[in-house]
Design a protein around this ligand. Sequence first.
Ligand SMILES: [Zn+2]
Ligand SMILES: [Zn+2]
Length: 177
Amino acid sequence: MPISLPIADLGSTPTLLNGKLSTAWCAERAGDVYRAVGPTMEVALEAVKAAEVVEVKGHIRGSFGFDCSRCAEPAVLHIDEAFGHHFVGPGQLDAGEEVDEFDADPDVSEHDGVRIELDDLLVEVALLALPAVPLCDPDCKGLCPQCGTNLNRETCGCQPASLASPTWAALRDFKVN
Ligand SMILES: [Zn+2]
Ligand SMILES: [Zn+2]
């Protein structure tokens, strides 16, 4: 079910709406990094209309699985994002003076006078909360680049990477006659 608001139903008393968005749809739009945990994200919002301007605000919550970018272990990210958006009447963004304060504001767009469709806006809010390079923990130590040991769980006896680089290996192999 798309999350949408019929404009004729809105007024100065907040209209409350709870809805669900497909987590898989959102994960797909985030690229290959994330997978859905649970079928849906929960959306709770309220909308108020004053003259032609509709203000929508609320929260979106969901869970996404991913493999840590450093250690490759599976992990889960929970998002709980607040959002707010204004929709002005048809043609008002270009009209200039009356809605000057809204010009060039990314949180303002036009409605068509009939219905506000929120799915795309909400999935954008969720996508912004998903880091491009997610980590299982901000302090994840990752894998040893030489032996692949997960350094979060154990240590290995490998030399620090700088000593194992080709330059140093060449020096180590240098024999003095
Ligand atoms: Zn990790
Ligand atoms: Zn190692």
